[in-house]
Design a protein around this ligand. Structure first.
Ligand code: NAD
Length: 242
């Protein structure tokens, strides 16, 4: 069994869905966790064990403050999970407003950039780190009418592979999890016809549970995954096969 005693994690986007399941699994595995998300004031006084910090990942300064606070609280950060993400309505390509394109990239790509730039100096100093970015199976198999989302997630995979090569020799691994359709608020907010079509395309003929996806993060965070560098781990029901 993987051993996580003394390990710490900072999870951006850990309030609901996949991020909340990762938070639960990490905590049950003995990892001390800080969660940053768009929490409301009344959500910050929760009795849950993970430390909660309010933050919008599109704000680089706010992300830096989160990292400072996580370091104060946890002492160090071993694992960074970048999971904050946003979907986009189904739109024909020529009708995607530039504002919507930028909104999706701001959260899905720039948010991750902000978090990595804030945490990486600390990981480099310690000579250890696990950076896990949530992309999507749509990065590898883009769908029609989802150009902004697919392109932002494909860019996230490229960012991860580029960075993985820079830092692997310094004890830091960078990988992506590329989930397929998963039972979360984001999935349920999608267009009903799209959901029905997507499930019919999956070899497994069902969506995944958040627990089935969260286990990929725990593996990538473990010492056993030390040789996994720049990869996309894809719990996706067979939607994309390599
Ligand atoms: N559910 C799926 O089918 C699926 C498939 C592939 C990839 N994903 C990705 O998984 C990740 C988690 O999504 P989910 O499905 O659990 O949906 P979700 O909506 O439950 O979770 C998204 C989380 O990100 C947070 N968030 C969004 N914008 C933010 C911002 N600007 N600053 C801080 N936090 C922000 C939300 O508050 C929420 O907690 C996302 O990156 C999503 O793109 C989801």
């Amino acid at each position: 069994m993987p051993e996580f005693k003394g390990r710490t994690a900072l999870i951006f986007g850990g309030k609901s869905g996949i991020g909340a399941a990762v938070r639960d699994l990490f905590e049950r595995s003995g990892i001390r966790v800080c969660v940053a998300d768009r929490f409301e004031a009344d959500e910050l006084s929760s009795s849950e064990t993970a430390i909660r910090i309010a933050c919008d990942v599109t704000n680089a300064q706010a992300v830096r403050l989160v990292v400072d606070r996580a370091l104060e609280t946890l002492g160090h950060i071993d694992i960074l999970v970048n999971n904050a993400g946003t979907g986009t309505p189904a739109l024909d390509f020529h009708e995607v407003p530039l504002q919507e394109w930028r909104r999706v990239f701001d959260v899905n790509l720039d948010g991750t950039l902000h978090a990595i730039q804030a945490v990486l100096p600390h990981m480099l100093q310690r000579g250890f780190g696990r950076i896990i970015n949530t992309a999507s199976q749509l990065a590898h198999k883009p769908a029609p009418q989802q150009a902004a989302y697919c392109a932002s997630k494909a860019a996230l995979v490229a960012l991860s592979v580029s960075l993985a090569q820079e830092v692997a020799s310094q004890g830091i691994t960078v990988n992506c999890v590329c989930p397929g359709p998963t039972d979360t608020p984001m999935w349920h907010a999608s267009d009903p016809a799209w959901k029905e079509w997507k499930i019919s395309q999956l070899p497994i003929r069902r969506i995944g549970t958040v627990e089935e996806v969260a286990s990929a993060y725990l593996y990538l965070a473990s010492d056993e995954a030390a040789f996994i560098v720049g990869q996309s781990l894809s719990p996706n029901g067979g939607d994309v096969m390599w």
